[in-house]
Design a protein around this ligand. Structure first.
Ligand code: HEC
Length: 130
């Protein structure tokens, strides 16, 4: 009887957990290494300032083009004006090919080809609050 209950419990649990597993969870530590590719243009963490690109503290989940004092491209400003924000999905799409995602972006970076690199760097960025 007990066995049956456990079995039912597990089956009930699987659908709830599966979507989380299916969406590649990023590893922030590996993401710190990926972020080396971004450091020429971006700073993040305590005292981060704008460089060629905006400082990235608090960027994950925030409205696009919202860092104070950074002069964004028109395309990002337009997307922000229509209410778009940097969900993990939007970030992943942008980082895969910035210039395809936002035609006219000032971010001259080819992109991160590997899905794992994208997920990891997003997990890393998510560790920095505003
Ligand atoms: C050659 C310089 C350069 C490199 C390399 C670069 N970026 Fe950028 N990034 C920029 C610039 C410039 C912008 C502003 C884009 C605009 O206004 O269109 C930007 C914008 C962004 C934004 C949007 C910020 C906001 O406030 O809306 C994110 C997120 C971002 N970059 C992440 C990254 C990550 C992660 C990497 C490394 C994988 C990276 N960038 C590599 C220059 C760069």
């Amino acid at each position: 009887m007990l066995k049956l209950k456990v079995g039912v419990f597990c089956m009930a649990l699987v659908p709830a957990v599966a979507p989380m597993v299916a969406q590649a969870e990023g590893d922030a530590e590996l993401g710190a290494k990926v972020f080396r590719k971004c450091k020429a243009c971006h700073a993040v963490g305590d005292g981060a300032e704008h460089k060629v690109g905006p400082a990235l503290n608090g960027v994950v989940g925030r409205v696009m083009a919202a860092a104070d004092g950074f002069d964004y491209s028109d395309v990002l400003k337009d997307m922000a004006a229509s209410g778009a924000s940097w969900t993990e999905d939007e970030l992943a799409a942008f980082l895969e090919k910035p210039r395809n995602y936002a035609k006219g972006t000032k971010m001259s970076f080819a992109g991160l080809r590997k899905e794992a690199d994208r997920a990891n760097v997003i997990a890393y960025l998510a560790t920095f609050a505003e």
